[in-house]
Design a binder for this molecule. Structure first.
Ligand code: ATP
Ligand code: MG
Length: 741
């Protein structure tokens, strides 16, 4: 079969396994995803499965789309009936089709993380909770953690006053979401899981449908996702899992590598296949990756080799500052493009989203087209969120978050007092803000009433229009366009708003059959399933809103355009590029400062670095900056320990530094830091010497530590010290009573 021509013997064995559970455990670039997609094509082509009998799940929307593209290239069939997507996307699909059974309004709105936080804040306020004691972020984290363990408020263990209150907040939050028809990300999964557990008819329907369940990136599934898979698999279905323990990078979101072992045990998996040949990277890059990951202790252990030859050395660059680093990257990109590389062959990776701004700026200034994937971007911009809020109100007037976001935006003379009155009335009546506002009279009633009328009119006028025209109408009728025309820097925002119309157009054209938001298509599914088919007020709008929430940023204009790819190391998982830059390789940044005091945390950072390194096919650049502006403050940096963990033989330094000084943290002295520190240090303790980054110091309470970074000057000078097991601390230099150790 031509389908199988380009597989090595182990891959071939995996692709053509009999219908039994299987686990493919293999390192980066060894063809796991290729095996998984080829198996899907093979199953269909051999008649072992119908397209509708396949459910394949992966980790990002980008990866899911890539998977569908690869399958379509191999199989001349319509992939529509196939369920290929992320866990969240697939659950969303199921919940839309069976929203009644799931206890959700059909047009339930998906809350992204920022929206969720604002709902949490509102709940805290309405309960008169002290936000110092119950910090909104912490509450959000608690709620999501509980949901990811499959627990509702009633299932969470209460052991003291604090946890009791937390559980009450959780319950109130869930109640608020129910009232408004909202679902946060973990809710999608939990709700879907509950639906399938409870509803035997539906469960049987899907179990008898999805004979083959294929899971990419198995190592990053969390407990609830695993249980969801188990539920769908039932007795007779076959799970085909592929994963790499060395690429598990979502522990902080509850990912559990142990799921692979559990799967092997609970499903009595007999087909365990390892792939060891890497087809992606040249030898030096692979050597760097292998050496790096060998510093982790907890590993299942794998050997990766390549037949590709050693290729080019890994290039290392040290910059004075983040700005210089970004400019150097932009220049290097320009010369690569002159050499003939496409911009889209080049990826710039970083640890934190906050790093992208400087990079974006440098690329933009140099006139290089780029795209930012994942994290914030298009759909998270303020003006876009405002527009989406109006659209959400059109879809579901009871959406209180949307109501609050735009009730007085653009300003229409509705003050905080009036809004509070509406909120009180809503609380009193146990209804939505919209319902309360509609029935309010008096002073607040007039301004608020006008808003209600405006939205109602928009809704009426939009009825029956194609989606892009609905969006366009809302932009005009809401007054958003006029508002931003009067703003000094409104041009950008207006362009973004106009881009939203383009996004809607592209969505209707391309996304509906593939992406995660499949409300409209799934009407057919709902009808086929035993559950009652849903009525459809405007499934396109609902699907588009779900898409906006799920994809935030992945669908900017110019997708497919020849642009440099910017993304965090997390979002690069599963992807590959000819040229990869990994920037910001500094202690405290990568590895991230929150991780370095804890062994598990550090190992996870190292896996993340391993993921980043193994994205590169032909050329890899590693760079770091002596100073960096982060969150509005200058930080002085030591080079990342990960640079030390890569054999010197595969590295080529582009800057003179890095010779013998490099890697010896104590000898490393960035220019500005010691001067400032020295001035202060004179007074900071008996026998004080000028301190410098990397120096070991003694603290009367915390013991021995290493200075990791410093900021501020004069009386404000602060140093960050890693006290090992005592943790990482910021101390005011003047009072810290530090002595050299
Ligand atoms: P990751 O762990 O990063 O997700 P992976 O194991 O899923 O990687 P793939 O993305 O499937 O690896 O494959 C890596 C690259 O190697 C791809 O470009 C793929 O097309 C290529 N490849 C895989 N197997 C072969 C093969 N037998 N012959 C030639 N190229 C191959
Ligand atoms: Mg893969």
């Amino acid at each position: 079969m031509p389908l199988l021509d380009h597989l090595n013997p182990e891959q071939l064995a995996a692709v053509t396994l009999p219908n039994q559970h299987a686990l493919i455990l293999a390192g980066a670039g060894s063809g796991k995803t290729r095996v998984l997609t080829t198996r899907i094509a093979w199953l269909v082509q051999t008649g072992n499965a119908s397209p509708a009998g396949i459910l394949a799940v992966t980790f990002t929307n980008k990866a899911a789309r890539e998977m569908l593209t690869r399958i379509s290239a191999m199989l001349p069939i319509n992939t529509r009936g196939m369920w290929v997507g992320t866990f969240h996307g697939l659950c969303n699909r199921m919940l839309r089709a069976h929203h009644r059974d799931a206890g959700l309004p059909q047009l339930f709105q998906i809350l992204d993380s920022a929206d969720q936080l604002s709902v949490v804040k509102r709940v805290l306020k309405s309960m008169n909770v002290d936000e110092e004691k119950f910090q909104p972020k912490q509450v959000q984290w608690f709620i999501n953690g509980a949901k990811e363990e499959g627990k509702r408020a009633g299932d969470v263990e209460v052991y003291d006053d604090f946890s009791r209150r937390m559980v009450e907040i959780y319950a109130a939050y869930d109640e608020q979401c129910r009232r408004e028809g909202l679902a946060d990300f973990p809710e999608l999964l939990l709700r879907c899981f509950e639906l399938l557990s409870r509803n035997e008819v539906l469960r049987t329907h899907y179990q008898s449908r999805f004979r083959h369940i294929l899971v990419d990136e198995f190592q990053d599934t969390n407990r609830l996702q695993y249980r969801w898979l188990k539920l769908l698999a039932g007795q007779g279905n076959v799970i085909f899992g592929v994963g790499d323990d060395d690429q598990s990078i979502y522990r902080f979101r509850g990912a559990n590598v142990g799921n692979m072992a559990d799967f092997e045990r609970e499903f009595k998996v007999e087909n365990l296949i390892r792939l060891e040949q890497n087809y992606r990277s040249h030898g030096n890059i692979l050597d760097a990756a292998n050496a790096l990951i060998s510093h982790n202790r907890r590993r299942l252990g794998k050997n990766l080799w390549t037949a590709a030859g050693e290729g080019e050395p890994v290039r290392v660059y040290e910059a004075q500052s983040d700005g210089y680093e970004a400019r150097w990257i932009a220049e290097e990109v320009q010369s690569l493009v002159r050499e003939g590389y496409a911009r889209s062959d080049i990826a710039v990776l970083y640890r934190s989203n906050a790093q992208s701004r400087v990079l974006e700026h440098a690329l933009f200034t140099a006139g290089i087209a780029y795209r930012v994937y994942g994290g914030l971007r298009f759909f998270e911009r303020q003006e876009v969120k405002h527009a989406l809020a109006y659209l959400r109100l059109l879809a579901n007037p009871d959406d209180d978050s949307a109501f609050l976001r735009v009730v007085n935006f653009p300003t229409r003379g509705i003050g905080a007092r009036s809004v509070e009155q509406v909120q009180d009335a809503a609380r009193g009546a146990g209804g939505s803000l919209w319902a309360a506002a509609s029935s309010l009279t008096g002073k607040a009633g007039t301004a608020v009433g006008a808003f209600v009328k405006l939205v109602a009119a928009m809704r009426e006028n939009a009825r029956g229009l194609p989606l892009p025209e609905v969006v366009d109408h809302v932009l005009h009728a809401s007054g958003l366009l006029d508002h931003y025309k009067t703003e000094r820097e409104g041009t950008d925002r207006i362009e973004n708003l106009e881009e939203l119309v383009n996004a809607a157009t592209a969505f209707v054209r391309d996304e509906l059959p593939t992406g995660a938001a499949l409300a409209a298509v799934d009407q057919a599914e709902a009808a086929a399933a035993p559950a009652a088919p849903a009525e459809a007020p405007d499934p396109w709008l609902a699907a588009f809103l779900a898409h906006a929430a799920l994809e935030s940023g992945e669908n900017q204009a110019g997708e497919g355009a020849d642009a440099v790819q910017l993304m965090t190391a997390h979002s690069a998982k599963g992807l590959e590029f000819h040229i990869v830059f990994i920037s910001g390789l500094e202690e405290g940044l990568f590895p991230h400062e929150q991780s370095v005091t804890e062994e598990d945390g550090l190992e996870e950072e190292r896996r993340l670095m391993y993921v980043a390194v193994t994205r590169a096919r032909t050329r890899l650049y590693l760079s770091f900056a002596q100073t960096r502006l982060l969150h509005g403050q200058t930080r002085y940096n030591v080079a990342s320990r990960f640079l030390d963990e890569i054999p010197a033989a595969v590295l080529k330094w582009l800057t003179p530094r890095g010779g013998k000084l490099f890697g010896d943290a104590a000898a490393w002295q960035p220019a500005p830091a010691p001067l400032r520190l020295a001035a202060k240090a004179e007074r900071s303790g008996p026998g004080a010497l000028p301190f410098r980054i990397g120096q070991n110091v003694n603290h009367p309470k915390f013991g021995v530590g290493v200075i990791v970074s410093a900021e501020g000057s004069g009386a404000d000078a602060r140093v960050q010290i890693n006290f090992g097991r005592q943790g990482m601390k910021w101390l005011q230099l003047e009072y810290a009573k530090l002595t050299p150790a």
